[in-house]
Design a protein around this ligand. Structure first.
Ligand code: HXC
Length: 257
């Protein structure tokens, strides 16, 4: 089961996926999306993995869906194959995923980053939804996730003009958790992922699930959901361990239990 469009490694408890179609600025063709999903399936099933990092190259995280692959598509074809829906599997993962973005994150590339839980950006990162310039619009969450994240004003402007936004603007707009120097991006992303992977895995997963609820429901329902999950955490050994470790002034040894 070799991968042709991505590189897949593990670094301790962190799974690392590097998008690797340099000749096409990591344009996301169906093979690449399939391989990302296969790699994520493996990391989700591996109890030793606590967090995943998805990154690209210095020049491009991903310059969008593969335009050459989409060019000749017809409506019935795209409908019958349910074009794009398989991408949702990235957004519906249960373990935390960090997107480490340098260079272009355009169209489907920006949408892929937004499917991840945290976006860390190199100072070289450029985000945008340029689909309108191709006679289409975002089709993998760009009109929806971007709007929820940065608000209507900026989302409308980005989607309607197709202009790119730099890392600083993306951070100010709330799209990006942090901007780091380009040569420190991967190191920082792996360190952040390692920190997350050092926590109790079920607790980290429940935390991700709860934060995501904020985008799916009303505040009252979200608060109720949070409280139920919070109460349930007192049934875990890791809560007992985490609090005992604090009181005993030592590092916790979580058992994912
Ligand atoms: C296919 C792509 C591509 C893409 C770049 N390439 N982006 N191929 N699909 N999205 C290819 C180019 O054709 C070229 O191949 C090679 O990568 C290098 O690209 P250049 O354009 O020569 O590089 P540069 O001049 O540095 O310009 C970089 C760029 C530009 C500004 C990012 O490549 C660009 O505008 N790309 C398209 C961005 C875009 O429109 N993305 C949205 C796609 S639609 P050759 O063989 O010619 O050397 C989309 C829809 C999402 O994402 C909907 C749901 C998925």
């Amino acid at each position: 089961t070799a991968y042709e469009t991505i590189l897949v490694e593990t670094r301790g408890k962190v799974g690392l996926i590097t998008l690797n179609r340099p000749q096409a600025l990591n344009a996301l063709n169906s093979q690449l999306v399939g391989e990302v999903n296969r790699a994520l399936d493996g990391f989700e099933a591996d109890p030793g993995i606590g967090c995943v990092v998805i990154t690209g190259s210095e020049k491009a995280f991903a310059a969008g869906a593969d335009i050459k692959e989409m060019q000749a598509k017809t409506f019935p074809q795209s409908y019958l194959e349910d074009f794009i829906t398989s991408w949702d599997r990235v957004a519906n993962r249960r373990k935390p995923i960090i997107a480490a973005v340098a260079g272009f994150a355009l169209g489907g590339g920006c949408e892929l980053a937004m499917m991840c839980d945290i976006i860390l950006a190199a100072d070289t990162a450029k985000f945008g939804q340029p689909e309108i310039k191709l006679g289409v619009m975002p089709g993998a969450g760009g009109t929806q996730r971007l709007t929820r994240i940065v608000g209507k004003a900026k989302a409308m402007e980005l989607c309607l003009t197709g202009r790119m936004m730099g890392a600083e603007e993306a951070e100010r707009a709330g799209l990006v958790a942090r901007v780091v120097p380009a040569d420190k991006l991967l190191e920082d992303a792996l360190k952040t992922a390692e920190t997350i992977a050092s926590m109790s895995l079920p607790i980290a997963m429940m935390t991700k699930e709860s934060v995501n609820r904020a985008y799916e429901t009303t505040l009252a329902e979200g608060i109720r959901f949070e409280r139920r999950v919070f109460h349930a955490m007192f049934a875990t050994a890791d809560q007992k361990e985490g609090m005992a470790a604090f009181v005993e002034k030592r590092a916790p040894a979580f058992k994912n239990a």
